[in-house]
Write a protein that binds this ligand. Structure first.
Ligand code: C5P
Length: 212
């Protein structure tokens, strides 16, 4: 049997804690990333899934690394990156974290009226800078407007091989839905659309295109 290729996937939201009971986050459920991890395993890849907090069972046969914040996700992803031939970042990483953290629950009258935010590192862009020609790097673009324009610009600025454009403006393709509809754009100017189907079918379609 030949050497098994390794695949690294990020999924889910991140949580940026403010105090013991409050955080900044987004409605990502991790369904798309978990479906990609299951399908990648099925096509024979050795899969590591770095996941923010979600309510999904771990995909069988996949190494699951659980994280919470964007900084933790970055650390886990960078640790695995060099050994991975295929890297798919589908996590909805919080772009900001509060510059303030209390380990106790703050009383209402102690909670700050204004929160100062710090920009989180862009994990995918960092990977784009260090990636080798032998690695395939895939990002997601969740857009509500000027979809193709934004996706193309991310493909270039983050130095990706493929970007998966996801219209989150519709309830059938948004964060918590079981279905999705995507367009894949490649650095070689290929463009492939996958019509609305279950996230499992979309995941399988994405892998067929990016991992030939
Ligand atoms: O620029 P934007 O956040 O829309 O890009 C989305 C892509 O970048 C996704 O693949 C997401 O996983 C990744 N990303 C990241 N780190 C961030 C923000 C986004 O890896 N801080």
């Amino acid at each position: 049997m030949g050497v098994v290729s390794k695949c690294l996937i990020s999924a889910g939201p991140t949580r940026e804690w403010i105090d013991a009971v409050r955080f900044l986050s987004n409605p990502s459920t991790g369904k798309m990333g978990y479906a990609l991890a299951s399908e990648a395993k099925k096509v024979g890849l050795e899969v590591t899934l770095v996941s923010g907090p979600v309510c999904l069972p771990p995909p069988p046969g996949v190494t699951l690394i659980k994280v919470e914040s964007a900084l933790e996700m970055r650390e886990a992803v960078l640790e695995e990156f060099q050994n991975s031939e295929l890297v798919i970042m589908s996590a909805a990483v919080s772009d900001h974290r509060p510059d303030f953290l209390s380990f106790e629950k703050l009383k209402k009258d102690k909670f700050p009226d204004q929160l100062k935010l710090i920009r989180n590192p862009d994990i995918l862009a960092e990977l784009g800078e260090i990636k080798l020609p032998s690695q395939t790097l895939v990002g997601f673009a969740a857009e509500t407007e000027d979809h193709l324009l934004h996706a193309r610009s991310k493909l270039i600025t983050k130095n990706l091989d493929w970007i998966v454009l996801n219209d989150i403006g519709s309830p059938l393709t948004g964060f918590d839905s079981d279905t999705n509809e995507v367009t894949l754009l490649s650095r070689n100017e290929e463009s492939v659309s996958l019509k609305i189907s279950t996230k499992t079918e979309i995941a399988s379609g994405i892998l067929e295109i990016i991992w030939k």
